[in-house]
Design a protein around this ligand. Structure first.
Ligand SMILES: Cc1ncc(COP(=O)(O)O)c(C=O)c1O
Length: 385
């Protein structure tokens, strides 16, 4: 055999019994089969054997299995990001003519997708009050195919009465999906509370270091998994095995990071709650957070993200300048990593509420809480007296 062919058709192999403690990074698009009879082209490789890298290499499937284990899910699919996870859920449950419900407090691009692509495809997504509870029953229609929950909600942090919403939905045969990113899939047990599909932006706490984008979609049972799988295949939601490897590494320290986040975040939030420039702290563990009673009842802890509402007397310019002058807190939209972040939401829309220019979302990282408080104190003093 010519050396050029030998390079491409090599029989040289390292031993295959290396038992690494860490999950290896399997890169690969193409799977080779022993013979034609064993060729399979299915998306469910964990069940039916490997077929094609698009449906995950062993690195992605191992991450999927670990997320399923942690969330007590039937099965999990790994997708390129949290927003891809949201899209997968919509397309798994809704077809042209379907109606879906999404809370006002849902992640912005979820609502954008509702108003944009989904509307164009004839899927009618109606926003609802996140604190609606059992009354959601009154807005479920004949053609309602999906109810989204996100608890706590994005930016305004409303905690939802999930068991009440699930009961009303299931009484009418409607599936309920949850964006469980805030809880890292662990502080709120989605499936014990009746959720059908739980998704996370693994980009946040599981990744944990602001260096990857991934999402997960976890199914309660085979019925939910079978709804998701064909759409996952058709959308071609391939993930990078390198990112999955980083997420697997992130999982190893998730517990210690979450423990520290909860402690530091409560310290910072408590300090801000006492400050005269702050009107309200929207942190699920605080009675001032809408739906705090459901957090107390249903969650096992809190994490790193919360919002502060400035007094009515604060001007948007003062609030912006406060954020600009922070030194340890960086200005950024994401959260769940090791760095503290702050960002003004100048136009967060919640019916009946005017937060324009007065609401700042904070993410507390792993810096020392005293230093973070000193950073906030300095900028508050300089900008709001
Ligand atoms: C609550 C929530 N869900 C989903 C997402 C989307 O995740 P990704 O950025 O991985 O697409 C985000 C991102 O900020 C989020 O905050």
């Amino acid at each position: 055999m010519d050396w050029r062919t030998k390079i491409l058709s090599s029989k040289a192999r390292a031993r295959r019994d290396y038992q690494s403690l860490a999950t290896p990074v399997y890169r690969g698009s193409t799977v080779v089969f022993d013979n034609q009879t064993s060729v399979n082209d299915g998306w469910d490789q964990a069940e039916n054997g490997y077929s094609y890298g698009l449906y995950g290499t062993p690195t992605a499937l191992e991450l999927a299995a670990r997320i399923a284990e942690i969330e007590n899910a039937h099965r999990t699919l790994i997708v390129p990001g949290g927003q891809a996870a949201i899209a997968l859920v919509y397309f798994a449950y809704c077809v042209s003519g379907s109606h879906a419900l999404v809370p006002h407090s849902a992640y912005g691009p979820n609502k954008e997708m509702a108003e944009g692509m989904l509307k164009g495809l004839g899927i009618d997504v109606e926003p609802y009050d996140p604190l609606i509870g059992a009354d959601i029953s009154s807005i479920i229609r004949e053609n309602t195919a999906l109810i989204w929950c996100e608890s706590p909600g994005s930016v305004t942090m409303e905690v939802q009465d999930i068991p009440a919403i699930v009961k009303a939905a299931h009484d009418k045969g409607v599936a309920v999906a949850l964006d469980n990113t805030y809880s890292a899939g662990v502080m709120f047990d989605a499936f014990a509370h009746g959720i059908d599909v739980s998704m996370q932006a693994l980009t946040k706490y599981v990744g944990g270091h602001s260096d990857l984008l991934l999402g997960s979609v976890s199914a309660r049972d085979e019925k939910a998994f079978e709804s998701l799988g064909p759409v996952y295949r058709q959308l071609g939601l391939a993930v990078s095995p390198d990112d999955c490897s980083l997420a697997l590494r992130g999982l190893q320290t998730l517990a210690v990071r979450l423990e520290q986040f909860e402690k530091s975040t409560l310290e910072v939030a408590n300090w801000l709650d006492q400050h005269s420039a702050i009107k309200s702290v929207f942190h699920p563990a605080f009675p001032s957070c809408p739906g705090h009673e459901y957090w107390k009842r249903d969650f096992t802890g809190s994490t790193s993200v919360f919002s502060i509402l400035f007094q009515d007397s604060a001007t948007p310019e003062q609030v912006e300048s406060f954020v600009n002058e922070l030194e340890i807190f960086k200005i950024g939209l994401s959260w769940g990593g090791v760095n503290s972040l702050a960002v003004v939401y100048p136009d967060v829309i919640r019916p009946g509420k005017d937060y324009a220019g007065k609401l700042v979302r904070l993410n507390v990282g792993l810096e020392q809480a005293d230093d973070l408080i000193a950073d906030l104190e300095k900028s508050l003093k300089s900008n709001l007296g």
